[in-house]
Design a protein around this ligand. Structure first.
Ligand code: EPZ
Length: 418
């Protein structure tokens, strides 16, 4: 397994380009199942989860041509409407094929995701929504089987709680259903809006994406389309924190500043200078002296749970006490133990993490546990005294394209060891 060896202490300086959003590309790839015409996606990040989704689509019946960050998918017919456990257990987002498969072929057999490091990750809301649209669901042997021989019909679906991929799954099921579907308490994430933009280009009739109520009028068929994936706001946020924690001066290029608005506000409250030199660039400058600022994760446009671990690493260097509350997932503090091994002072109390600072971090051998926890260990290592070795960096490769190359470009002493 690959490792990262990082020597901390260098303030980062320079410009980092933002890749396409993993969490927008995943549903966009699944949307290609909805038509037999070609769908071409640009700015697709070359990360493990994308390769996993491509493999799943090919097993289902798609032809995939990958040329750098451009992926062309064509699904003349659904050969095998299944998402097997071997794939789903490695990537929960495989459940995104559920809606498109039922909509296109009237059938789907998808493994239940099972838990992952950060929580139970059930898909009961996806299933509830499909039942509302008329699918018959049968659960057995760790799989759910959905069936809608005479197609889906529009309905009102009120989500018990906000779910990003649940909203995306149901949007993709509804675009070919007979009649109107209304999704209430829908997710407002930019990735939901990006998916709606792609589906609209394919001929879907969708209103309200980005608000809590999305109206979809089903159509007979969808056509092909070309679409450029939005930049990855979590990658951009991770690198903003990298600039802040190292006391550097970094420009994040090719991003959408408003997508990281909640983080920018927290950084400014912490005493970090964040400016916007142009429409798609954010510049972060820090002296390294930071004030502690409390933070609670919330659905978009609140502070993203996917940036919580990275923010915790930053707060270990801030003056005072910060209270971090994780409201989205039940077990998303694994990084705290590893940060503590590097010298951080963090006390966990249920959904709260109490971080006292500043505490000097020293390099150590640490283990990555999930995608974003791994990113927080990289950030801590960039400011720690001495050498940090991070094991199991395949977690990082799931969601960050060439992170060590991007960080080295701005002066980080980081190298990958096979
Ligand atoms: C998406 O996951 C993202 N993944 C996650 O990013 C992100 O952390 C999460 O949204 C929250 O923003 C992708 O977009 C591929 P949810 P998702 O459904 O859709 C509960 C990363 O690091 N829930 O919004 O799976 C669930 O357990 C990943 O890139 C149900 O109870 O998250 C969680 O507590 C990690 N039943 C909460 O809702 C359901 O049917 C929010 O989950 C669905 C969800």
């Amino acid at each position: 397994m690959d490792k990262f060896v990082i020597v901390g202490g260098t303030p980062l300086r320079g410009e980092i380009p933002t890749s396409g959003s993993k969490n927008s590309a995943l549903p966009a790839l699944a949307a290609a199942l909805l038509t037999e015409e070609p769908v071409t996606l640009k700015r697709v990040p070359r990360v493990r989860d994308i390769r996993t989704m491509q493999r799943l689509l090919v097993d289902i019946g798609s032809k995939a041509d990958v040329d750098g960050e451009t992926v062309r998918l064509e699904t003349p017919q659904i050969v095998c409407p299944e998402a097997p456990y071997e794939l789903v257990k490695t990537m929960r987002a495989s459940s995104l094929v559920l809606g498109p498969l039922v909509a296109r072929s009237g059938r789907a057999r998808v493994s239940l995701p099972g838990g992952c490091a950060i929580g139970g990750r059930p898909i009961n809301l996806h299933i509830f929504g499909l039942e509302q649209l008329g699918a018959r669901i049968h659960q057995a042997h760790g799989y759910i089987e959905a069936e809608a021989a005479d197609g889906l019909r529009g309905a009102v679906v009120h989500f018990d709680r906000i779910t990003v991929t649940g909203t995306e799954d149901l949007m993709m099921a509804a675009v070919l259903a007979k009649g109107e579907t209304i999704l209430r308490n829908a997710a407002r994430e930019p990735e939901v809006v990006d998916l709606a933009a792609l589906l609209t280009r394919m001929g879907a009739k969708i209103e309200g994406a980005g608000t809590t109520t999305i109206r979809i009028n089903g159509v007979e068929k969808l056509g092909g389309a070309e679409h450029t994936i939005i930049p990855d706001r979590i990658e951009a946020g991770t690198f903003l924190i990298a600039g802040a924690i190292t006391g550097g001066d970094v420009a994040i290029a090719g991003c959408i500043p408003e997508h990281v608005g909640a983080l920018v506000s927290k950084l400014q409250q912490a005493g970090v200078a964040v400016t916007q030199p142009d429409a798609t660039t954010l510049r972060v400058r820090s002296s390294g002296k930071l004030r502690s600022v409390d933070m609670t994760t919330e659905e978009y446009p609140g502070f993203a749970t996917d940036l919580q671990a990275q923010y915790m690493a930053l707060m270990t260097q801030a003056e005072g006490i910060s209270i971090i509350v994780e409201t989205i997932f039940e077990n998303r503090f694994m990084h705290a133990q590893e940060l503590a091994r590097m010298g951080a002072n963090i006390r966990l109390d249920g959904r709260q993490a109490i971080v006292a600072g500043p505490y000097r971090l020293t390099g150590a051998g640490v283990i990555a546990s999930d995608l974003r926890a791994s990113a927080s260990l990289v950030l801590a290592a960039l400011v720690a005294k001495g050498e940090t070795v991070i094991d199991r960096v395949y977690h990082i490769d799931r969601g960050y394209e060439k992170i060590e190359a991007k960080l080295s470009q701005v002066g980080a002493q980081i190298r990958r060891v096979e």
